[in-house]
Design a protein around this ligand. Structure first.
Ligand code: FEO
Ligand code: CA
Ligand code: CA
Ligand code: CA
Length: 596
């Protein structure tokens, strides 16, 4: 079938209307099913899920909580490995009568540790169309759980550095577990990159570290004291108490590489990619073949980064390629607008040149053992990357979430989810709205379309919100014909180059969902809602399969509402009883391409 290169010509579905249904709502003519739920057996010897009789032993073998990043690695046309991040746990919804970590049973805390991390599950196509099912029989040799207790290793320039050493790991090279894995990416050699994001919340006594470390505890907003809302992981593993083990926090907040095809492999925390509240790690190749990784730091007024490997990717030379992420240069982005500052007043009104746009540069932070940041060693730049970026004049963004490069146009798209703290005086052309409730999407066009370059042009094709609100922009498309959208979080592209966006935290009062928007041609900006998720859920993934017959969506934290408990759940999706975070798949009922 002919494609239209991101121009949206094949997108003919009728958009889903905004709603508050406790359901996964999809367009007419489409079908959906749940592929895998929290608690489903992952390892062949895992017990069936039993909400009222949970155990850490069982959870260690079952699908974890709060599915986020999803990727599908094919093992043939009708089989594949689904990798899924388990970002965090909602104990209030997982356990009856839960009142916080101080009163939790140790078993509950162990269950929470086991419900973090990620899962590899084998899935198979069901029938000839776009439906996929969990493989539930046979050996399932790749199936694997990775948790907050899985042994890992550090690699790259900061591995073994003093700042990463602890009593349990005096060499500073064997961290244990990963936490808060949000979005991610894949490498050209078939591994998964998974991004540790809000790791600050798992520690206690951040205020009781040595004086020299305190500014960094603050910069990374790590928990001080022992608040009642804390999970109190320290009650079962002392390392989470920073008074006793102040460097343990430095061992989280990394990009972790996992080889889903080798269930015995040790996950690797790649220190060359810096330490921040990592959202994503999307790879592409520079013109000369060097590997490039785009990464966002998802907090208000944080930065956008990219890593460029020193050596080139060589197809098929696995041993060489697997070291590319250990040596290279880490950059942070600076955005400069091209319109007069007086025209950027925080209102979101377009400047007189008709576009929020301009030029930018990638500022070097560190390259191997060489630091480009005054007063910081290379290892310090990598462990305290936020503080390094503060010193070089990078642009503070409205919560950089996922990033993805368009396979057709080469543009690099960034979701900036929101930033209600930005004042009018702090508005700049790349973050043009004060009290930015709904977020925007920014496109970076690297110089000569080469991801290895150090300068770029940029523009904002989408300023989110209710299209009736004059402070929104849909790439100039007729706003009476687009869907409202708020809080873009994850982004992906289909093979035709159409941009798919999923949202988290819809500030328009309806449920979150997934959208598609052509980025070129006459339909550029014609944003349409493809699905909505149940009450209280955020929309993760999304993933459009390479045959374009299936859309995978991770329905994260259904029922996560203030005061919700198992006896009063905010949602009963997907099975009509306790809410269970799940990955679902959506396909055209007559086997047509997604969006048709
Ligand atoms: Fe976990 Fe930035 O979303
Ligand atoms: Ca402009
Ligand atoms: Ca996210
Ligand atoms: Ca988010």
């Amino acid at each position: 079938e002919r494609t239209h290169g991101g121009s949206g010509g094949d997108l003919r579905f009728t958009p889903v209307a905004p709603n508050k249904e406790d359901a996964l709502t999809i367009p007419d003519g489409y079908s959906s099913s749940v592929v895998v739920r929290w608690g489903d057996p992952v390892l062949p010897d895992a017990p069936d899920f039993d909400f009222d009789n949970q155990s850490a032993d069982a959870q260690n073998k079952q699908f974890g909580y709060n599915c986020d990043f999803v990727t599908l690695l094919p093992i043939g046309r009708d089989r594949g490995l689904l990798w899924v991040n388990h970002e965090y746990t909602d104990e209030n919804l997982m356990f009856r009568g839960y009142t916080g970590g101080a009163a939790a049973t140790e078993e509950q805390i162990q269950i929470a540790l086991a419900a973090h991390g990620g899962s590899v599950v084998e899935i198979e196509r069901s029938g000839r169309g776009g439906e996929w099912k969990l493989v539930t029989k046979g050996r399932r040799r790749y199936n694997r759980r990775i948790t907050a207790q899985t042994k890992m290793r550090f690699s790259g320039p900061a591995a073994g550095h003093e700042l990463l050493r602890t009593a349990a790991d005096p060499k500073g090279d064997t961290p244990v577990g990963m936490l808060n894995n949000c979005s991610g990416g894949t490498t050209p050699w078939g591994t998964v990159l998974t991004a540790e994001e809000n790791v600050d919340q798992y520690f206690v006594n951040g205020d009781k570290v040595p004086e020299a470390q305190k500014p960094y505890i603050t910069r990374y907003t790590i928990t001080t004291g022992t608040p009642s809302t804390s999970r109190r992981f320290d009650r079962v593993e002392e390392r989470f108490d920073l008074e006793k083990h102040p460097n343990e926090a430095n061992r989280f907040g990394w990009i972790v590489e996992i080889d889903p095809f080798d269930p015995d492999s040790t996950p690797v925390k790649r220190t060359a990619l810096g330490r921040l509240k990592h959202e994503a790690a999307t790879t592409t190749l520079a013109r000369d073949g060097r590997l490039v990784v785009y990464m966002g730091d998802d907090s208000r007024f944080e930065y956008i980064y990219k890593f460029v490997s020193k050596d080139r990717y060589i197809p098929g030379f696995d041993r060489h390629n697997r070291e590319l992420l250990d040596e290279g240069t880490l950059y942070v982005a600076k955005f400069t607008g091209d319109s007069p500052a007086a025209e950027i007043d925080g209102s979101g009104k377009l400047p007189s040149d008709g576009l929020f746009d301009g030029s930018g540069e990638w500022i070097r932070l560190v390259s191997g053992d060489k630091s480009y940041v005054e007063g910081m060693t290379a290892a310090e730049v990598l462990v305290y990357t936020r503080s390094a970026a503060d010193k070089v004049g990078a642009t503070k963004m409205d919560r950089p979430e996922d990033m993805e490069r368009n396979p057709v146009t080469g543009g690099v798209f960034v979701a900036l989810t929101n930033n209600t703290n930005r004042t009018a005086a702090q508005a700049d052309e790349a973050n043009p709205r004060s009290a930015n409730k709904h977020g925007h999407v920014l496109e970076i066009t690297e110089r000569r379309d080469d991801a290895g370059e150090k300068t770029f042009a940029w523009a904002i094709p989408l300023v989110c919100g209710d299209p009736k609100d004059s402070a929104t922009y849909f790439a100039g498309y007729d706003k009476t014909k687009v869907s409202p959208i708020s809080c873009p979080d994850n982004v992906t592209f289909d093979k035709d180059g159409n941009l798919w966006i999923s949202t988290d935290g819809n500030a328009l009062g309806t449920n979150d969902g997934m959208f598609v928007m052509p980025v070129k041609g006459k339909d550029r900006g014609h944003l349409r809602q493809f699905l909505t998720v149940p009450v209280g859920a955020e929309t993760c993934g999304p993933l459009v399969s390479s045959d374009q017959l299936s859309v995978f969506v991770a329905v994260q934290h259904p029922g996560e509402l203030d005061g919700a408990t198992p006896d009063n759940p905010g949602s009963t999706w997907p099975d009509g009883d306790q809410p269970r975070p799940s990955v679902a798949v959506v396909w055209h009922s007559r086997g047509k391409k997604i969006g048709a």
